[in-house]
Design a protein around this ligand. Sequence first.
Ligand SMILES: Nc1ncnc2c1ncn2[C@@H]1O[C@H](COP(=O)(O)OP(=O)(O)O)[C@@H](O)[C@H]1O
Ligand SMILES: [Mg+2]
Length: 337
Amino acid sequence: MGYAIEVNNVIKKFKRGSGLKKREIVAVNNATFEINEGEIFGLLGPNGAGKTTLVRCIATLLIPDSGTIKIMGKDVLKYPLFCRRQIGLLTSGERTLYWKLSAKDNLKFFAALYGLDKKETEKRIDYLMELLGLKEVQNERVEKYSSGMKQKVSLARALIHDPKVLLLDEPTLGLDPQFARFLRDFIKNVLNRQERKTILLTTHYMDEADELCSRIAFINQGRIVDCKTPEEYKRDLPHSEVLEIKTTLITNAKELEENLSKIPTIEKVNITTQNTITHFKIILPRAEQVLSDVISEVQKYAKILAIDVNEPTLEDVFIYITGRRLTEDTKEELELE
Ligand SMILES: Nc1ncnc2c1ncn2[C@@H]1O[C@H](COP(=O)(O)OP(=O)(O)O)[C@@H](O)[C@H]1O
Ligand SMILES: [Mg+2]
């Protein structure tokens, strides 16, 4: 089997502002990876990392500044119609449906855009409404639906022409946990296992990527920093424990971070503050060895509220490689120097 998607040295820049303040942002910085036919491939990175830009390039909605993208072996810029026929796109948040129309009429409209005939359209709509549990409400206006049901109709829209490749851009973002669960199971069991679709899934939820993906590319500030299986990531982390500490608010966290980094065997320190709590993640071989040193150092700055020692997760691997958390937004660091 070949590659479903090939991304080769793709660069995409955006211009920001105007006049003297005009700046260039490198949203995707020389991305290269291949997705095998039939796999669920994860693109994992924090907000602003470049995930959506990359997906939009693959979906032919944006043209890269340089580099090439192939879908099922064909260049997206040379064969746009062929490539669009191969892919279904699901994004989160964006309004991709006509709210005054019913689910069924929405799907008829999008089926017509793909040139499906009447019989085929009816068959696909029946199948998808049944599969997604929307049969009962298919003739009601989309505006009356809950956000979970709207997302189901958007998914049906992405599937209407029975594409071989699915691009799912943060599909569970903002959904309630129960519906997110349904969607994850549906992606894995129905779309991938039964229907054998190739899936590119972007997410900033580490556990979602861990659960669904056969391989994961970490993306940070537009760059693909690593690409392998979840097991390989965990195995390659050369440290076996994560010491987590919660304290009262620390204002000069940078100084403390530097002091902690000097303690022997400590590999990585990541400090974040939420409301009035400061949260530490310290990656190291054995927490027990340095616990008393760490505690006395931290106590110079704040009161300790909780201490925990855990096994590393995929999130810790991300911190180890990039120094940042998946929940941290990418700040304006993407500009060309
Ligand atoms: N249309 C645009 N114009 C200008 N900047 C953009 C545009 N789209 C995205 N960006 C910038 O490109 C970077 C990557 O954004 P995006 O691809 O949306 O990241 P992600 O999907 O990982 O959150 C961000 O800095 C974002 O602000
Ligand atoms: Mg995005």
